[in-house]
Design a protein around this ligand. Structure first.
Ligand SMILES: NC(=O)c1ccc[n+]([C@@H]2O[C@H](COP(=O)([O-])OP(=O)(O)OC[C@H]3O[C@@H](n4cnc5c(N)ncnc54)[C@H](O)[C@@H]3O)[C@@H](O)[C@H]2O)c1
Length: 702
């Protein structure tokens, strides 16, 4: 017997499964046998008593889970952090455990009432005493880890639990003597697994597979080289034996019905201090506010979800609900994350949703000077499509040339500070770029509000993907908007792929251009080649567009089309010379609609108009998109995605593609104004032209 080690246990006198607070309890209410439970508990008690001292706390009627003493609190030396149970079903255990700890002379730390922490069920000391592993995600709130670190003066490593079957850290994680670790990696998120791997060398990690994990093999009591558990496979026993551990099995099936086993039934009350206390937790916290139509727009739910998905946790400190339907609400949210790295990732997304720091915590954005052209510091802030403001010298400055995936460069002149989005490749030595997430906010609220006011007029402009049956409705609304923009001097840009021509949509697109609905056309080499092939030879990729059949020798037609335009030097010259007399590009030239053709590795020719220098092509696209109100993306994944990346929020985007996956990708910019239409592009264009006719000559509508 090692008398210096002591455990606390509680007889299962009142034990039974009385309620459901974890998945193990489901279907097991009143299904456990008290007699068998007592027999199994005695078995465990005897084994432990043979190797250590065991103290007992008196069981209490009405608190059946008191048998799981691991959740009484967390002990280190003469200090204990008392548990704050999440579920009311267990909160009544707290005073009894508190009384026992006080009677034994421990200093008891009590967490605030609204901060759950479930003791040694969610906090396990490294057996060498170097740090504390602490779980969160189901029962324990991340913020409690910071207090535990401070009170116990120990480094806390926070681990995010992901599988509700393993709702407490001690159900899937068991530190062993000499720095070994028995654990079930799928119970944790990727970041936590990385942290575990950083701290525990591979040769000391004993990975448990799912069958052992669900038999609670990790819920083990470790005393020196002995590991006591409910059950272990031969393979696990072999692995443990290979590194000098002896497994002792003792059946605890009645307790598994409540979601606990050997470790849950015990609390080690002798936990000596490590000689070099570190008192740290990597936890960082920030408080942000969100303002807007938080509930109607689902903004607050999205914000809280992304905090949790990003590995953090939150506390809603204040929530002021707008009283009238049109008035805005505001929420003050404290966000915690187990590391600065994760906090930065979470903050980036919260900023996109419009979260801002509290006014008294606002800071200027951090600037770093570029010392290598075209290269930013690692922690540069990467811009989004949303209108953004940055705080420079105490004042908020609107960022110009807003686009996605850029870097924000700040400059100061006599008129004050200015900020602009630049591409990485355009950075110059001496440019001041923003790093981190302080002093940055995105201006989302106006967009949220404008959606509600314009909803009736333009209701399809909610982001989403339409099914075929909604296509006609969407066409009506696009037609209405095209007409409105044309009549009010707005700007519509079309991005189109060659499928427009193959599907017979060329004549409709030509008409849109002719009638002034299109202010710029963007595409690749192919749409122009096929449009010109059709205009010159009546085929598109060798297929007769009237008959729908292949034409003899037609496979060479697109090369003949390219060759003809090359002879005249450009599409415009071919039009001027009377060679090209119809089609999409003919209409562009005739109606002074600028177009840009961006080259790709697939291109034949290319046409003289195709810009094969991609950087120049991107710049040309950006120039033509500037100031546009709506973009129609017609069946080109490549060019549509390119355009999407350089378009700021606020521009309405309609993406038409036959492949739902492409549409989802394009419509899913998180922007309110993008809509996907899954349909044949030829059909879409013909419906659109008909609808515009109806708008112009309403008598046709009947
Ligand atoms: N001869 C040439 O020079 C040549 C030929 C083909 C492509 N290209 C070049 O290759 C690059 C990529 O070409 P891309 O834009 O065609 O390809 P892409 O793969 O980027 O996009 C084609 C899209 O059209 C969709 N689509 C197919 N049939 C459809 C239909 N009936 N209705 C609606 N959507 C439909 C597809 O789902 C796909 O998303 C471009 O730069 C293009 O110019 C060159």
């Amino acid at each position: 017997m090692t008398s210096s080690i002591r455990f606390l246990m509680c007889s299962p006198h009142y034990y039974e499964v009385d309620y459901v607070i974890n998945p193990w309890m489901e279907g097991n209410i009143h299904r456990s046998s008290l007699e068998l439970a007592q027999e199994q508990w005695q078995g465990l008690y005897q084994i432990i008593a043979n190797h250590a001292d065991v103290d007992l706390v008196k069981p209490q009627p009405g608190w059946p889970d008191m048998v799981f003493t691991a959740n009484a609190g967390l002990i280190l030396d003469d200090q204990v952090v008392l548990s704050r149970f999440l579920h009311p079903e267990r909160q009544g255990e707290e005073p009894f455990f508190k009384e026992w700890f006080e009677s034994q002379g421990y200093t008891v730390h009590t967490l605030p009432a609204e901060l759950p922490f479930e003791g040694a069920g969610d906090a396990l000391l490294d057996r060498e005493g170097r740090w504390l592993w602490a779980g969160y995600g189901f029962r324990t709130e991340l913020d409690s880890h910071a207090l535990v670190a401070q009170w116990l003066n120990i480094e806390v490593l926070s681990l995010h639990l992901m599988d509700e079957r393993f709702y407490h850290l001690d159900t899937c994680f068991c530190p062993l003597t000499e720095g070994y670790l028995l654990y079930y990696p799928p119970a944790f998120d990727a970041y936590s697994n990385r942290l575990i791997e950083l701290r525990v060398p591979a040769e000391k990690r004993i990975v448990v597979d799912e069958p052992d994990a669900v038999n609670f093999a990790c819920n083990a009591v470790n005393i020196d080289r002995l590991v006591i558990m409910n059950q272990a496979s031969d393979d696990l026993k072999r692995q443990l034996a290979a590194v000098g551990f002896e497994v002792m099995e003792t059946p605890l099936t009645e307790f598994l019905k409540a979601g606990g086993a050997a470790k849950c039934l015990t609390l080690r009350v002798t936990e000596p201090l490590h000689p070099e206390p570190t008192g740290e937790s990597g936890i960082v916290a920030r408080t942000v506010t969100l303002t807007g139509h938080l509930l109607d727009s689902g903004l607050v739910n999205r914000a809280l979800d992304l905090v949790v998905e990003g590995g953090g946790s939150f506390q809603v400190l204040k929530f002021d609900l707008g009283e009238q339907r049109q008035s805005t609400s505001s929420a003050e949210i404290r966000v915690s994350a187990p590391s600065l790295e994760l906090m930065d990732e979470i903050m980036a997304q919260l900023i996109d949703l419009g979260a801002v720091a509290l006014p008294d915590q606002e800071q200027d954005a951090h600037l770093v000077t570029i010392n290598q052209a075209g290269v930013a510091p690692d922690d540069f802030y990467s811009s989004t499509i949303y209108p953004t403001e940055v705080r420079v010298q105490g004042q908020w400055v609107r960022v110009q040339n807003q686009r996605m995936d850029g870097v924000i460069v700040v400059s100061t002149s006599a008129t004050g500070p200015a900020a602009v989005c630049k591409l990485l490749r355009d950075l110059q030595v001496g440019d001041q770029v923003i790093v981190g997430y302080d002093g940055i906010r995105s201006v989302r609220n106006a967009a949220e509000r404008s959606r509600s006011t314009h909803q009736e007029e333009f209701s399809f402009m909610g982001s989403g993907v339409s099914s075929e049956r909604r296509v006609e409705l969407i066409v009506e609304q696009v037609a209405w908007e095209l007409r409105r923009l044309r009549d009010q001097g707005g700007k519509t840009v079309v991005v189109a792929g060659p499928v427009v021509i193959h599907t017979g949509g060329g004549e409709h697109l030509s008409r849109l251009i002719r009638e002034g609905y299109v202010q710029a056309l963007l595409g690749g080499n192919a749409i122009a080649v096929h449009d010109i092939e059709q205009a010159l030879l009546g085929t598109s990729l060798g297929v007769d567009m009237k008959q729908g059949t292949s034409v003899r020798g037609g496979h060479r037609h697109h090369l003949r089309a390219i060759n003809t335009i090359r002879r005249y030097g450009s599409i415009a010259n071919a039009v001027e010379q009377g060679v090209l007399t119809k089609g999409v590009f003919y209409e562009c030239v005739r109606h002074n609609v600028p177009f840009s053709l961006a080259g790709s590795i697939r291109d034949d020719g290319p046409l003289p108009d195709t810009q094969m220098d991609l950087i120049a092509a991107q710049a040309d696209y950006a120039r033509l998109i500037e100031g546009c109100d709506m973009i129609l993306m017609l069946s080109t994944m490549l060019h549509a995605i390119g355009v999407g990346n350089m378009t700021p929020a606020g521009v309405k985007m309609v993406c038409v593609d036959i492949n739902p996956a492409v549409v989802t990708k394009l419509a899913d910019r998180g922007s309110l104004e993008s809509t996907g239409v899954v349909t044949d592009v030829g059909l879409f264009l013909s419906l659109l032209v008909k609808q515009l006719e109806r708008l112009t000559q309403p008598h046709i509508a009947a």
